[in-house]
Design a binder for this molecule. Structure first.
Ligand SMILES: [Fe+2]
Length: 317
C-alpha cells in the first residue's frame, strides 16, 4: 500500500504518526449509528460492522462492531511505509507475540496486545494527524450587522477529524513505558499514576492517546475536532435535541488546553467535541510535567458528573 511521505516524517526516529482509528464493540449497531450520526459523523457498512467517517473524508476514524456489551475492541495506529520493517524488528526484539487480525477484520497490519490485553494494530496508512496546528474560527460580524443565525437556521455541527481517545488502564506507568518503547510516542503530561497524555513524534495534537487508571481496560471517550468554540455549544444542542442530554461541558481543560463538550453515549462512554488543543510539531521537545490533579483537570466549566471516571466496561450500571 502506498503512503504519502509527510514533510513531518522524522526518518531518524521510529514512532507511529497517527491514531488511525478506534474500534468499539456495542450491543446495538443501530443505536450507535444514530448516536454518531446525530453527533455529526457519517457511518457506512463495512462487512458486518459500521465504519465512522467525517463528512467529506475517506478516512475510517472509527469502527463499530456488534458485540454482547460495550467494549474497546482495538486501537489502530498509522505508521509510515518505511517504518514497517523496523517496527517488525522492534516488536520481535521485545518478545511481543504477533497475532492474526481479529475475525472479520481485513488487515495486513501488525497485531499484538498492549499490557492490558487490548488489541493494538500498527498499519501503513496516510498520516491522519495534522501537520500543523488548526487555528479555530471566529467569525465576528462587522458593526451594523447581526452576527448570530436564527436558531432554526443554525448550521449542523460537523467534526473535521478524530483527535484522540482516552482509555482506561490498570497501570498507567506500564502504558507510558509500552507506548514509549514500542510505539514511539512521547509523554506530554501526567497526573501521577492516575492519568497520562501522549503525542506522536511526527507532529500531533498534545495527545492522540491518553490513559486513566481503572480496574480494567476500556474506552472513556473518543474526541473529535470542531472548528470553533461556538461549535461546542451548537453541537451539544444538536445532541440534546435528539435526546442525548447527558455529558459534561462547556469547559476548558488544563492539559492540552482544549475547549470541550462531552456527550454521553448509550453505554456510558462519551464523544467529545474539542477545539483548539495544543499542538506539538515534529521534532519539538515538549517538557512533560507531572501535575497535581486538582490543578490540572479543567480551568473552567461546570462540575463533572459524579461518575465521570466510572469504567462502564468493568462495571456496567
Ligand atoms: Fe479528550
Amino acid at each position: 500500500m502506498a503512503t504519502q511521505m509527510s514533510s513531518s516524517h522524522r526518518s531518524n526516529e521510529l514512532g507511529v504518526h497517527s491514531l488511525d482509528h478506534f474500534a468499539l464493540a456495542v450491543p446495538s449497531l443501530d443505536e450507535a449509528q444514530r448516536y454518531f450520526e446525530v453527533f455529526g459523523l457519517e457511518t457506512r457498512p463495512e462487512g458486518s460492522s459500521l465504519a465512522i467517517r467525517t463528512v467529506g473524508s475517506t478516512q475510517r476514524w472509527g469502527l463499530l462492531i456488534e458485540g454482547s456489551r460495550k467494549r474497546l475492541h482495538h486501537l489502530s495506529f498509522g505508521i509510515f511505509e518505511d517504518d514497517l520493517k523496523p517496527f517488525k524488528t522492534r516488536i520481535a526484539e521485545r518478545g511481543i507475540r504477533r497475532l492474526d487480525p481479529p475475525a472479520g477484520i481485513d488487515s495486513d497490519g501488525l497485531w499484538f496486545h498492549n499490557p492490558d490485553g487490548t488489541l493494538i494494530e500498527l498499519k501503513v496508512a496516510r498520516k491522519s494527524s495534522p501537520d500543523e496546528k488548526c487555528t479555530p474560527e471566529l467569525i465576528s460580524s462587522p458593526p451594523g450587522q447581526a452576527g448570530a443565525p436564527k436558531r432554526s437556521a443554525a448550521p449542523r455541527v460537523i467534526p473535521s477529524r478524530l483527535s484522540h481517545c482516552l482509555t482506561f488502564t490498570r497501570d498507567v506507568p506500564a502504558m507510558i513505558a509500552f507506548y514509549t518503547q514500542v510505539l514511539g510516542l512521547r509523554l506530554s503530561d501526567r497526573c501521577g499514576d492516575d492519568i497520562a497524555f501522549m503525542h506522536g513524534i511526527h507532529g500531533s495534537d498534545h495527545h492522540l492517546i491518553a490513559f486513566c487508571r481503572s480496574n480494567a481496560p476500556g474506552l472513556h471517550h473518543s474526541s473529535w475536532e470542531v472548528r470553533s468554540i461556538n461549535d461546542l455549544g451548537q453541537g451539544a444542542m444538536q445532541m440534546a435535541e435528539k435526546g442525548y442530554t447527558q455529558g459534561w461541558g462547556l469547559g476548558r481543560h488544563v492539559l492540552g488546553s482544549n475547549y470541550f463538550h462531552y456527550i454521553r453515549d448509550p453505554w456510558g462512554s462519551h464523544a467529545e467535541y474539542s477545539c483548539d488543543m495544543d499542538y506539538i510539531r515534529a521534532g519539538e521537545r515538549w517538557e512533560a510535567r507531572d501535575h497535581p490533579a486538582e490543578d490540572a483537570f479543567y480551568v473552567w466549566g461546570p462540575n463533572p458528573p459524579a461518575d465521570w471516571t466510572h469504567n462502564h466496561e468493568a462495571d456496567p450500571r
